[in-house]
Write a protein that binds this ligand. Structure first.
Ligand code: SAM
Length: 287
């Protein structure tokens, strides 16, 4: 048993704690407090402002669902924009898709990237040097404001919660620009919190996206260290058929892309089922 514990400070009345074997990094960047430590069960864990962002043990759930679901549903994504995601895990999953010719990642905090490369090498892997990757240190809102019309097929927002630096990524300004820079069948996904605990995040973000996109929904993933049951990943796009594709179509695309057999959470069946929401979650989506 350990005698050193780290408590997550997300909720004032409920939390989780990790038994720590070693602290690897602690830094105060211009944007947030960053901590990376090692625990026996979860492996390496990163916290931003005291909130768990990623653990080596369960990162596969969130990252696979955030990357493979939109790319395989789109079916022909060449150009992908990733906002946030400084640990590199989403970029790595996106670049597993051979059809992707360009992946731009815009992360506001260069310290998150630097510390992730040094202390979480298993998460980003060698993705950082992939010639298709363009990693930019900057604010996601500035990037989408300046990006040309119809320049991305898929946008993936892997941000912190809508407080502090992440707040701008949940605004009308952000979503209207995302709608503008997406191509015809383009779509955006973003983390929308754990609705059992943070229903406002899903409800407000979905209503906001509905102003700019005809089709708004969400899908779920059970990430053990995002406590409170299902995590929701918001979806907004123009083509509603992309969220109701049959298992066989998704399986064929995954086979062709070389994704089949590489995953631990995502599967064609999980992909399709993830859009069937329990009523306590579905009721927060616009009708
Ligand atoms: N997958 C984990 C999760 O959802 O909890 C990891 C999240 S990832 C590390 C969140 C990243 O979003 C952080 O590194 C943070 O610096 C970045 N971020 C927050 N606001 C941003 C903004 N306005 N523009 C770009 N990146 C931003």
């Amino acid at each position: 048993m350990t005698d050193m514990w780290v408590n997550e400070t997300l909720y004032p009345f409920w939390g989780q704690r990790f038994g720590v074997t070693r602290e690897l990094a602690r830094a105060k960047s211009a944007f947030q407090d960053i901590a990376i430590f090692e625990s026996e069960f979860h492996g390496r864990v990163m916290l931003l402002d005291g909130i768990v962002q990623i653990t080596e043990r369960d990162e596969f759930v969130y990252q696979e669902m955030l990357a493979h679901v939109p790319l395989l549903a789109h079916g022909d994504a060449k150009s992908v924009l990733i906002i946030g995601a400084g640990d590199g895990g989403v970029l790595r999953r996106v670049l597993m898709h051979p059809g992707v010719t360009k992946a731009v990642m815009v992360e506001i905090d260069g310290e998150v990237i630097r510390l992730s490369k040094e202390f979480l090498p298993n998460i980003g892997g060698d993705t950082w040097t992939d010639p298709r990757a363009d990693v930019i240190v900057g604010d996601g809102i500035d990037y989408v404001r300046k990006a040309p019309d119809a320049s991305f097929d898929v946008i993936i927002v892997d941000s912190t919660d809508p407080i502090g630096v992440g707040e701008v990524l949940f605004t009308d300004d952000f979503y209207s620009n995302c709608a503008r820079i997406l191509t015809g069948r383009g779509l955006i996904v973003n983390q929308c919190g754990v609705p059992f605990m943070q229903a406002d995040e899903l409800r407000e973000t979905s209503a906001r996206r509905r102003k700019f996109f005809p089709h708004v929904t969400a899908y779920v993933a059970a990430v053990p260290t995002y406590v409170g049951g299902y995590m929701t990943l918001g979806w907004a796009g123009k083509d509603p058929s992309l969220t109701t594709l049959p298992v066989a179509t998704i399986a064929e695309r995954a086979q062709a892309a070389g994704i089949a057999g590489t995953t631990e959470y995502w599967s064609p069946q999980v992909h399709v089922a993830a859009f069937w929401l329990p009523p306590y979650i579905a009721r927060h989506l616009p009708g």
